[in-house]
Design a protein around this ligand. Sequence first.
Ligand code: NAD
Length: 469
Amino acid sequence: MSAQDINCLQNSFQKAINMSGSPGIVSTSPTQSFMNTLPRRLSTSKQSKALKPFSTGDIKILLLENVNTAAIQIFKEQGYQVDFYKSSLPEEDLIEKIKDVHAIGIRSKTKLTANVLQHARNLVVIGCFCIGTNQVDLDYAANMGVAVFNSPFSNSRSVAELVIAEIISLARQLGDRSIELHTGTWNKVSARCWEIRGKTLGIIGYGHIGSQLSVLAEAMGMHVIYYDIVTIMALGTAKQVSTLDELLNKSDFVSLHVPETSETKNMLSFPQFAAMKDGAYVINASRGTVVDIPALVQAMQAGKIAGAALDVYPNEPGKNGANTYNDDLNSWTSQLVSLPNVILTPHIGGSTEEAQSAIGIEVAHSLSKYINEGNSVGSVNFPEVSLRSLDFDQENTVRVLYIHRNVPGVLKTVNNILSSHNIEKQFSDSNGDIAYLIADISQVNQSDIKNIYDELNQTSAKISIRLLY
Ligand SMILES: NC(=O)c1ccc[n+]([C@@H]2O[C@H](COP(=O)([O-])OP(=O)(O)OC[C@H]3O[C@@H](n4cnc5c(N)ncnc54)[C@H](O)[C@@H]3O)[C@@H](O)[C@H]2O)c1
């Protein structure tokens, strides 16, 4: 028998029970599940034990909006039932579909409002196969005991590569030369066109994207300096500077990679453009509110700034189409588009096939780990809790996943219930009103499992319970 066959057998023999007790959620009958799913284990040397909530074949996942095929593959390998749709669903269809599924994967178009979520009877987890999570009522989901995951950093490399392209394009006025030829004008010039080798790139925000950009820029012979509110170890020979002004004074190219916060609103405005070198360039692929665009327009009209590349805007059209990017959207649009050496892109920094695939893989893994092991690390609405895996040879061990209201005395009550067993390890954390405990308890007889469930189910702070073994 091959190692793969053994793994398949192990997986198919290991089952656990879902005893989700959220209000309005139909629970699997503990006794019935328990009787149907007696785990039989193959004993082998040191191996992590795969914990599976009920038979994996019973797990139903609804995937909408053409979620990347890499994710479908991962879910199918887990044995889950995948219901896949290329588009989003009208609300009434979504309500019908969400009633029975344990997980749902969406992108930005599907709105998981309280009105939709209240119909979900078995839902355990939501995957946003994108960056943002505004489309989900996160608090409502957390109060139902439903964790939400996304993939905030899978497209960092794509953004960094776009910025490199823009640095060269601005330095060589590529946008203008291309538009001229498209309209029949031959304009072979070298004045004010530069190599980027030896020039200084100032990166504002040295996080996932800023640091990737730093490495790529140095590889092309640029000097890199960066400003960040946090002290961050430099990559390569980049240097952190202590003030934004210092960065602005020294940089030939300034690229912004900060989040949208009250501190970063209009981070580059009149005083900051005045502090920059004459003929410097500005690149913003972070958030639209970070650059004061009327101030940028004036700085460019005055010849202070030699070029700009913008990928993000304070207001962006809700959908693709002609005549959507105009003065009705942002009052300064016509002024901006009339300037030379301005590259405008429709928020495509992270939009590559590779990023979509990386998002698919990351979110699918997060969902599988949460379903199979209770690991909530990376969740956006939930306490982040994980426990190391159980060893495969740990017999009679049960993992308790207990989501509850964050009120005094809960852990004492729960530990009293678990006290007749050996608590091998446990971890608990809270996030606002919601708290989450994972505990591995050993020396649990099959007949104890229903009692543990029943007692936990009667605790007043309980939101939902799952027992994995
Ligand atoms: N254009 C796109 O398609 C696209 C794609 C992905 C991300 N983004 C955006 O890019 C930005 C950066 O993303 P990331 O993944 O690198 O984020 P990140 O969280 O990894 O890094 C942000 C960095 O900015 C720093 N920072 C925060 N406030 C600051 C301030 N006031 N001054 C200086 N530094 C500050 C943080 O300390 C952190 O190091 C975000 O706004 C994100 O939304 C855009």
